[in-house]
Design a binder for this molecule. Structure first.
Ligand code: MIG
Length: 633
């Protein structure tokens, strides 16, 4: 059953496709109050209740015992004490009771942080819709919620191939070296990413002539090798005379404004930029159509970045900070004065003052950015996704975004942003997968090997062994970090063994993905969804159910040959490595499972089968007619 409760006059977010009629608010079942203009409601949690949800967010599958915020944030340190990441996915479940808050400004979710047995949810405003969904089983609640928000995006098949990225492959020679490196090591590859340096001075919808001369020909040449190039698009449009995208945007009044009606200007990679007001349909149509510059040259995949939006500084913020520094010139700073000055500069990026000084135009009126902050990136990505669907049809273009709000799941996937080459981030990725699936985001994944800082060979291998199962399987790393391409480590054969397993599983994974999208199901589920009465399964935060047939349990620590795995029922362990498959039937219970660095453990439920094809160097070269089945007898 779904009930909708409407308070005030909510801003249209387009998260929900067809809205059920609102119930009288007096029937809202939770204790609530208004406090400092915020709507606050609370509910109790029994000792053993599990709270799921919030999509892309820090910490566990069970969200209890922490405080989270829905506030899209560009924060490259995903430590466990953070409260938000890049997305705002306002769907929470207490057992099988679902709550979706359709509200695009800040929400604070105190899930037993202040009081262990109480959840207190603070909605920063009084205009919103809350949907309550009650079913007997969590998976049914998710299905009903997903039907409400509409079918999840399905990418082209080749988007399930292995993808290599780095900030940045600076020119066509660098891209060619990557492809040659993979080909020489016999490691399959489908995509190479173009990070911001492919552009001319970081201008969206331009390609640097010196870095990629005759880009269309180059793209065609790569397509003939079955390689897709995936350029990045940033949210901000460089302010530059004679740059048509900027000039059109300014002339038509398409950029976000300040209170006095001037274009808001912020500093990001291109220097000073205007931020398209993606909340407006005509701006989305304009910006979406701009991707044609690249699709006309044969590009068929994109990643949208910096769309929280990330703002390194604003002119006003910088002026204030410099003024403050100048006023201290010649003063004898005490320690607190020094720290205050330092914080002034550190606080220039993604500052609340800047966000509060941005205005959108909605239905002809000015709306402060803080009221709609969490829609910005989602609307950018919708602009692209809706253009692609209309111009090319469904399932043709790969599209994923950094920032997101529920609703964007219909036109794109997401990646989990700037993680680190830390062992703990294997688990962070694992835990976000079911949560993101609940919220409709099926095409997702983390930067495998970790984005920030230097990775070790064993970390990349173990990260990839989880990535074998994530729809987006992309190795990506930051500027200045050690080479992280698979062929740059010792004995690349181990990497081949892992990535070939992915290619063998593509028919199964793609089919599982498609069914999950069509039937509003999750690809990855917490064990507790499937084994609600099993105490150990209910607490499991390091394994996931995959599809109807499988369970996965990646190794996530250094210098170990395996890990403990809990089997909630009899299953067969298949160790997959390259074309090798070994099989070990196991009884329900706890087992120490060994997995070498070149092996992917896959647990299959008794009686179930999983198809495997022969590996190939590209998805386009897979033989999808001839399958071998691994069956758990
Ligand atoms: O401020 O384009 O999350 O994947 O490599 C950093 C450069 C901007 C952040 C993205 C990351 C990308 C990087 N970008």
């Amino acid at each position: 059953m779904i009930q909708r409760f409407t308070m005030g006059r909510p801003i249209e977010t387009d998260a929900v496709l067809s809205k059920p009629r609102s119930s009288d608010f007096s029937a809202f079942p939770y204790d609530h109050r208004i406090e400092n203009n915020a709507f606050v409601f609370t509910f109790g949690m029994e000792k053993d209740d599990i709270v799921y949800g919030l999509g892309e967010a820090p910490r566990g599958i069970n969200k209890r015992g922490w405080i989270y915020q829905s506030y899209c944030s560009d924060d490259p340190f995903h430590t466990e004490t953070k409260q938000s990441l890049y997305a705002a996915h306002n769907f929470l479940m207490l057992g099988s009771s679902g709550i979706f808050i359709d509200f695009p400004a800040r929400i604070v979710w105190d899930i037993g942080y202040t009081k262990a047995d109480t959840a207190e949810i603070r909605i920063d405003g009084q205009d919103f819709d809350i949907y309550l969904i009650t079913r007997d089983k969590p998976a049914d609640t998710v299905r009903e919620f997903r039907a409400l928000i509409g079918q999840s995006y399905i990418p082209p098949l080749w988007a399930f191939g292995f993808q290599q990225s780095r900030w940045s492959y600076h020119n066509s020679e660098a891209v060619d070296r990557v492809i040659a490196g993979y080909d020489a090591a016999d490691i399959p590859l489908d995509c190479v990413y173009l990070d911001i340096d492919y552009m001319e001075r970081y201008k969206d919808f331009t390609v640097s002539e010196t870095a990629f001369p005759d880009f269309a020909r180059y793209v065609a040449e790569k397509r003939a090798q079955n390689i897709h190039l995936i350029p990045i698009i940033d949210a901000g449009v460089k302010k530059e005379d004679g740059y048509s995208v900027y000039e059109e945007g300014r002339r038509n009044g398409y950029f976000c404004k300040t209170a006095d009606g001037a274009d808001f200007e912020g500093g990001v990679w291109p220097g000073i930029v205007g931020f398209p007001d993606f909340l407006r349909r005509e701006v989305r149509e304009w910006f979406g159509e701009k991707y044609r510059f690249l699709t006309d040259m044969g590009i068929d995949g994109f990643w949208n970045d910096m769309n929280e939006p990330a703002i390194f500084y604003s002119e006003k913020g910088l002026r204030n900070a410099l003024g403050k520094a100048a006023s201290l010139q010649g003063e004898n700073l005490d320690l607190s004065g020094f720290f205050a000055l330092k914080d002034t500069f550190l606080g220039l990026s993604n500052s609340q003052d800047d966000y509060a000084s941005i205005y959108h135009t909605i239905d002809g009126g000015q709306v402060n950015h803080q009221k709609v902050h969490n829609l910005y990136g989602a609307c950018m990505t919708r602009a692209a996704g809706e253009y692609f669907e209309q111009a090319f049809g469904k399932e043709k273009i790969l599209m994923f975004s950094r920032a997101s709000y529920i609703g964007a799941h219909r036109s794109s996937g997401i990646w989990f942003g700037d993680n680190h080459s830390w062992w703990s981030h294997i688990l962070l990725c694992l835990r976000m997968l079911p949560s993101a699936n609940m919220c409709g985001f099926l095409y997702c994944g983390a930067d495998l090997g970790g984005f920030n800082e230097n990775a070790t060979r064993d970390l990349v291998l173990r990260f990839l062994a989880l990535g074998v199962f994530t729809p987006l399987m992309r190795n990506h790393s930051a500027l200045g970090t050690r080479d992280q391409e698979c062929y740059s480590f010792e004995n690349p054969g181990d990497f081949r063994d892992i990535i070939q397993v992915r290619y063998r599983l593509i028919p199964y994974l793609y089919d599982t993905f498609r069914r999950a999208s069509e039937n509003n199901e999750m690809i990855f589920r917490p064990l507790s969804f499937d084994y609600p009465d099993d105490k150990i399964a209910r607490e499991c935060e390091t394994q996931l159910m995959l599809g109807e047939e499988c369970m996965i349990a990646p190794v996530y620590e250094q210098n170990v040959n395996g890990r403990y795995v809990y089997l909630p029922e009899d299953m067969t362990l298949f160790r997959l490595s390259g074309e090798n498959v070994s099989e070990t039937p196991l009884k329900k219970g706890v087992h120490y499972i060994e997995a070498a660095l070149n092996e992917v453990p896959l647990f299959v439920k008794k009686g179930a089968s999983v198809p495997l094809c022969r590996p190939a160097m590209r998805t386009a070269l897979l033989d999808l007619e001839h399958m071998e089945y691994i069956t758990a007898k």
